[in-house]
Ligand binder design. Structure first.
Ligand SMILES: Cc1cc2nc3c(=O)[nH]c(=O)nc-3n(C[C@H](O)[C@H](O)[C@H](O)COP(=O)(O)OP(=O)(O)OC[C@H]3O[C@@H](n4cnc5c(N)ncnc54)[C@H](O)[C@@H]3O)c2cc1C
Length: 350
């Protein structure tokens, strides 16, 4: 089989990039081992560059750009797919338990924060209100991206594992799959998230996150914004689900939820918002963030002239999907956006 662009990986990064390239009239194939195993399925879907306190610099610039793209991008995906993405510019409230020495416009003192969000822990002394951060339902988004890609004519092949690149001098000439099939393309994009080292020696490592959810009815939803405390976050969805996350664990690809992980999440969440303790638990799950040593993504050039990297998005890959898709499509169209120099793989080469 041959195609203009072969994307390996079908999380939000691979799918968003496939759509952008297809909209620029390229013939695109995506191969993906398992949609549900990806971090994109496991995430909380927060669009939180400010709440995450990303320091000023290229990463913050990229995150803010992507957050700005979200409303138009999700409405385009919804039109193409006919499916909702659950994008919600609900704002993020960041309560704290210790008095902070900050007095800016976004700071709410104890009285103001309890008016803004009733029933928080009595230990909350104040917090910040970030009205421009928000959320998307990452599972709904992934389904909508898949449907939009199919509607545009992207060839998506599920259940296919890329085993290795075949190269000649500085070019990739094919991908060999686990079934020993060969797939050829003019250009290749590596978007395999936490599993990227299976195909290329780049420093992307899994950082496990455990999560759980409770559910109330849509009408009973007590929260109208994300709560982002120092030790836990609580993300209400419009359909009545309430997500609680997330652990940060260096345990490789060890699967499953653990009693310790779940206990920590429940303890911190109930401390922050005590009435949660009464809601029925719906689901437990876990996922693997694609992390890098400096926690910045690896985007753009690779050691091969026709292989582009789109991986290592760590805690912010859902947020960064639209901006990443645009940048990677630019690279494949021979434009090199200057922002990309900060995310070059060679920063890890000594
Ligand atoms: C618990 C948790 C909470 C998170 N919360 C947020 C959040 O609130 N906001 C946010 O912005 N980000 C969040 N993230 C981070 C975000 O989920 C990731 O950065 C993002 O999903 C990465 O997307 P991706 O497409 O690169 O990778 P993935 O979604 O992991 O997709 C990679 C895909 O590649 C496939 N694949 C891998 N190897 C191969 C191979 N050899 N051949 C074929 N296919 C292959 C996999 O099957 C998978 O489908 C969270 C992550 C976790 C785990």
């Amino acid at each position: 089989m041959t195609t203009d662009v072969l994307i390996i990986g079908g999380g939000v990064i691979g799918l968003a990039t496939a759509i952008e390239l297809r909209l620029r009239s390229l013939d695109v194939t995506v191969i993906v081992r398992d949609f549900q195993a990806g971090a994109s399925h496991a995430a909380a879907g927060m669009l939180a560059p400010v709440a995450e306190q990303i320091p000023p610099g290229a990463m913050l610039e990229l995150c803010l750009l992507s957050r700005q793209l979200y409303p138009d991008w999700t409405s385009k995906i919804e039109q193409l797919s006919g499916l909702s993405t659950g994008y919600w510019n609900c704002g993020i409230l960041a309560p704290v338990y210790e008095q902070m020495d900050r007095n800016d416009a976004q700071w709410l003192d104890k009285q103001a924060i309890s008016k803004h969000q009733p029933n928080l822990s009595s230990d909350v002394v104040g917090g910040w209100w970030y009205p421009e951060d928000g959320q998307v339902d990452n599972r709904a988004l992934t389904l909508a991206l898949r449907a939009a890609a199919v509607a545009l004519g992207v060839n998506i092949q599920e259940g296919i594992t890329a085993k290795n690149f075949i190269h000649h001098q500085d070019r990739v000439i094919g991908i060999c799959t686990a079934n020993n099939e060969l797939i050829h393309a003019e250009h290749y994009v590596l978007a395999t998230g936490a599993w990227s080292q299976e195909l290329l020696p780049i420093p992307v490592h899994p950082k496990k996150g455990q999560m759980l959810s409770v559910r109330v009815t849509e009408q009973q939803l007590p929260l109208k914004q994300v709560l982002y405390a120092p030790d836990v976050y609580i993300v209400p969805r419009t359909d009545g689900r309430i997500l609680i996350g997330a652990t940060m664990e260096d345990v490789g690809f060890t699967p499953y939820n653990t009693p310790a992980g779940v206990q920590l999440l429940l303890q911190n969440a109930i401390h922050l918002y005590p009435q949660l303790q009464h809601y029925p638990i719906e689901e437990f799950w876990w996922g693997f963030r694609p992390s890098t040593p400096d926690e910045l993504p690896i985007l753009g050039a690779s050691p091969y002239a026709n292989l582009t990297l789109a991986t290592g998005h760590h805690r912010n890959g859902i947020l960064l999907a639209p901006a990443t898709a645009n940048l990677i499509a630019d690279v494949i169209n021979n434009q090199i956006p200057s922002l990309l120099e900060h995310f070059h793989y060679s920063r890890f080469c000594s």
